[in-house]
Design a protein around this ligand. Structure first.
Ligand code: SF4
Length: 63
């Protein structure tokens, strides 16, 4: 399936927690939102978009 943007390859996930721990957004965009670790984590796309938009705006300022 073609996809734009980021995605989690749930069939390859080993539930290691690295992506959840590394997610810099508060509240986390990538998390165990379903409440258990039987499935791969998922992400809330809106939080990812806001984070990258904020980063892009911040980096456009010369000071
Ligand atoms: S928990 Fe996150 S970093 Fe670890 S394998 Fe699954 S998707 Fe990848």
């Amino acid at each position: 399936m073609a996809s734009s943007g980021c995605y989690i390859a749930t069939d390859k996930c080993v539930k290691c927690d690295v992506c959840v721990n590394m997610c810099p957004v508060t509240p986390k965009a990538v998390d165990w939102h379903v409440g258990n670790k039987k499935n791969a984590p998922n992400y809330i796309k809106l939080r990812v978009v806001i984070y990258f938009s904020r980063d892009r705006i911040a980096s456009s300022y010369p000071y």
